[in-house]
Design a protein around this ligand. Structure first.
Ligand code: BG6
Length: 476
């Protein structure tokens, strides 16, 4: 009987800006998300609508302290090792390495921190899977250069990536260039460090940023391969296929169009050129892509080795604009799928949708895939001496792992691994809540920043350990 490959990479995923804290230690500069408060204004920042990026007295900034991974990484990694992780997806804080972003030389102390983290991972034979930039840009570059709206960012990113590839050569073998790159067009501040200039054409600014970030990604592939040809370098996009609201041909076409929001980025990164549907769309809208000499060549010759993506749920769209009205201004929203359960945190669980999604991507690109985020937020509470019963996590993961196994074993999808999102409770990117808990490991910290930050194993911790031990065979 077929099983998952023996070298399947089981593990979990975290991101610097959601766990590290230590925001002003050892020379680190401020990052874009440091100045985004929790609370109701958060999305306006992420949309790139807030011009004033200073700290406000009456706001809270939980990201500054995170879950204190900066000081507790040894304890956390020991817990990941106890679960048997083969891989840990983590990101590097750009402003730890280049505090402003445009310095000549990197910050040695920042590099040393990741030396130490990687050393600790090696001790337990855990492979690092490194996201070079996970919603993470030095604030100085955002303010001074306008983030990826500016072509100069490509050079700053190249320099930063070169330092990482050289320093961690032979230590890190798996890299992702940018987190959820397709969010550049929806949440430009979060994904590309872009604040929209209200006096200029918004869409043109977004596509300038998209082109520059795609270019930077291709440069990273080039540089990473030159420094170490054994490096495996992937992209990362917000995944999850769109379904048609009905089988009406207009709904089906709306679905094709919606799926292209992610395909556009993947097409450039995996195939090496702008797809014709996007070129026509931009032509109709009068938007120009800021191509310069050699850009096409760079994109063409430096395609990714594998595709990685986050999968939380599928989404539904209609061809009837009136019906879509309710989801139009919310990038996370979906029309309700009558065949799935309740909507929680704007998502409807759809394990079978993971199999659909994997097949769709593999059919299209024929490159290895990596699920680098999957999970669901729950709000269990720690009570001293009692088991932390997060049965919902177990059910969610069980069904999704079954689905990915079907995709690999029955359908023949080439899947490198699976890292669940927020393997340790961390700050939510969208809401900055702690109470939206994804982890196998509980962190004693609440939404107000109160708590000991002590770590506790949840029920799912022991369950996932068994899953990894049996290479996904025992899911009970
Ligand atoms: C992904 C991001 O979009 O979803 C993560 O890459 C994020 O950074 C995750 O945390 C879950 O979303 P949220 O908003 O619940 O944290």
């Amino acid at each position: 009987m077929r099983t998952l490959p023996k070298d399947f990479l089981w593990g979990g995923a975290i991101a610097a800006n959601q766990v590290e804290g230590g925001y002003n230690e050892d020379g680190r500069g401020l990052a874009n998300m440091d100045v985004v408060p929790n609370g109701k204004n958060r999305f306006q920042y992420m949309f790139g609508n807030v011009q004033d990026l200073s700290f406000k007295e009456d706001e809270k900034y939980p990201v500054l302290n995170g879950i204190d991974f900066y000081h507790r990484y040894k304890e956390d990694i020991a817990l990941f090792a106890e679960m048997g992780f083969k891989v840990l997806r983590l990101s590097i804080s750009w402003s730890r390495i280049f505090p402003r972003g445009d310095e000549e030389r990197p910050n040695e102390k920042g590099l040393q921190f990741y030396d130490d983290v990687f050393k600790e991972l090696k001790k337990y034979h855990i492979e690092p899977l490194v996201t070079i930039s996970h919603y993470d840009f030095p604030l100085y570059l955002v303010k001074e250069y306008g983030g990826f709206k500016s072509r100069k960012m490509v050079d700053f990113y190249k320099k930063y990536a070169t330092v990482l590839f050289k320093r961690y050569k032979g230590i890190v073998h798996y890299w992702l260039t940018f987190n959820e790159i397709n969010d550049t067009l929806i949440l430009p501040y979060l994904s590309a460090g872009v604040v929209i200039d209200p006096n200029e054409d918004k869409e043109q600014q977004l596509y300038n940023a998209a082109h520059h970030i795609l270019l930077a990604s291709a440069w990273a592939v080039k540089i990473g391969h030159e420094i170490d040809p054994t490096n495996k370098i992937g992209n990362m996009f917000a995944g999850g296929t769109w379904y048609p609201y009905t089988c009406h041909p207009q709904d089906v076409f709306a679905t094709i169009t919606k799926n292209r929001d992610a395909f556009f980025f993947c097409d450039v990164q995996a195939r090496g050129y702008y797809p014709s549907y996007k070129l026509r769309e931009l032509e109709r809208k009068g938007i120009t892509i800021p191509f310069e000499d050699d850009d096409k060549e760079i994109l063409k010759n430096n395609t990714i080795d594998f595709l990685s993506f986050s999968y939380y749920a599928t989404h539904v769209v209609s061809g009837d604009e009136k019906l879509n009205e309710e989801i139009k201004n919310n990038p996370l929203a979906t029309l309700k799928n009558p065949y799935l359960g309740e909507i929680l945190y704007k998502r409807q669980d759809d394990p079978m949708g993971l199999r659909n999604t994997l097949n769709m991507y593999y059919d299209r690109y024929q490159k290895p895939l990596f699920i680098v985020e999957n999970g669901t937020g729950t709000n269990e509470v720690y009570v001293e001496g009692k088991e932390i019963n997060d049965e919902r996590h177990i059910e969610y993961y069980r069904e999704h792992i079954k689905a990915l196994k079907d995709a690999v074993i029955i359908d023949g999808v080439d899947l490198m691994g699976y890292t669940t999102w927020g393997c340790i409770d961390l700050l939510s990117a969208s809401s900055c809540q702690m109470s939206k808990r994804y982890g196998f490991i509980y962190v004693d910290l609440d939404d107000e920043g109160h708590g000991t930050m002590n770590r506790y194993r949840k029920k799912s911790f022991y369950w996932y350990k068994k899953v990894i031990e049996t290479n996904g065979e025992d899911l009970d």
